[in-house]
Design a protein around this ligand. Structure first.
Ligand code: NAD
Length: 246
């Protein structure tokens, strides 16, 4: 089928749906200058091994290395702006709201760019790198004194860490419940910029398919979902999503 027909069909599906769920991954922020985990050459994991940096064990073994790496990523995120893909998803949400259609955006991203763009019904599955909490008790901490080491929690003295979900950690319960509910009850599931390999987020589009939803994928490269999606659009989020506006 010619690519333009896929986009037309995707627009029609979104236009006719009574409930829409969206799942985004690192790919949607690539055009905002934030590297994805797995893309060759620019991927953050090209330089570091995830198990050296993004696990509680890694933090306990070398808190300074992990804190500094996240501080560097936080700086990158602070400089980034939402791109045309983020903005198009806000417009799709507004169109859904105008028609009384249920809309939920589930993101695996920790960069906060959907919120900055203006998405209202947002589920952050993996936390947010802009927030910090303490390692022992999860106390939320808004500011901390500059130090060469890792700052300590003003409430309990334990080390501060980013408020993100590390490998081996559980997802926030409320966010996971909302993500599951939206995926299992939607009529159309739009999956953007995710390699669909990190669980449990990776299972959400497949759950939606099992419940009878139509699944639209937007990704420049093939993923485990591509062959199963109702419509797979090969392209970047910033170029494709504005073309799907209702
Ligand atoms: P991933 O790195 O595994 O996959 C990124 C996907 O995006 C790939 O399939 C790639 O083909 C696609 N992609 C690249 N450029 C794109 C574009 N312009 N438009 C659309 N798609 C594009 O990322 P993932 O699937 O999100 O899973 C890995 C983990 O990475 C998640 O847990 C997430 O929390 C974390 N992460 C988040 C950020 C962020 O917050 N921006 C950045 C890096 C990693």
């Amino acid at each position: 089928m010619p690519p333009e027909d896929d986009r037309k069909r995707a627009r029609a599906l979104l236009d006719g749906a009574t409930a829409v769920a969206v799942l985004t991954g690192a790919g949607i922020s690539a055009e905002s200058g934030i590297p994805t985990f797995r893309d060759a050459l620019t991927g953050l994991w090209e330089k570091f091994r995830p198990e050296e940096l993004a696990t509680p064990e890694a933090f306990l073994a070398n808190p300074k290395l992990v804190w500094d790496w996240y501080a560097w990523r936080r700086e990158q995120v602070a400089m980034a702006l939402p791109n045309a893909g983020h903005v198009a998803l806000v417009a799709i949400e507004e169109a859904c709201r105008d028609r009384g259609v249920d809309f939920t955006l589930i993101t695996q991203n920790v960069d906060g760019l959907h919120e900055l763009a203006g998405t209202r019904r947002l589920v952050e599955l993996h936390g947010n790198i802009r927030r910090v909490k303490c390692f022992d008790h999860g106390h939320a901490v808004k500011s901390w004194p500059a130090t060469d080491g890792v700052p300590a929690c003003p409430h309990c003295g334990s080390l501060l860490r980013p408020d993100v979900v590390w490998f081996g950690e559980s997802l926030p319960g409320v966010a996971l419940t909302q993500a599951l509910a939206a995926s299992q009850s939607c009529e159309v599931f739009l999956c953007v910029g995710t390699s669909t390999v990190v669980e449990p987020a990776a299972s959400l589009p497949f759950m939606a398919l099992e419940e009878g939803a139509k699944v639209i994928e937007v990704n420049p490269t093939r993923t485990p979902l591509t062959g199963r999606a109702t419509i797979a659009i090969a392209g970047s989020a910033g170029e494709v999503l504005p073309d799907l506006l209702l």
